[in-house]
Ligand binder design. Sequence first.
Ligand code: THU
Length: 139
Amino acid sequence: MIKISKKILNTLEEAARQASKTAYAPYSNFPVGAALLTENGEIYVGCNVENASYGLTNCAERSAIFTAVADGRGRGDFSALFIYTPGQVCHAPCGACRQVLTEFFTPEVFIYSACDSGEIIAWTMEELLPDSFEIPTGD
Ligand code: THU
């Protein structure tokens, strides 16, 4: 189990809430923010970026992962993800994001979700996507 202190969790939550403010979500009006914690204590944020084609929309979670990877982080470098979704119901990452997250997260990494209700829900990667598809890499 990866232990994340209450202080770091608060920092991650605030970063996810702030990131949602930069979302480009004119079609859904559903701005999502994500804050990704690395094992070194760095935080990468992401927001959803929508597109008129709808299908080309990038979720906040994938934006955060892709930003971290572009900055040199990789598989196993992450210790938590915090997302913020607007409204009174805290949401879990979509299926596409779960598949992308599982590429980079070990099964015990926690994904936290906050919303406007004050509640925080947490799942492990394993709980969100058991028996995930992987191509053997030989490592
Ligand atoms: N969205 C995310 O950013 N993350 C999720 O896990 C679920 C959905 C975004 C995509 C779209 O811009 C909006 O929320 C409504 O689906």
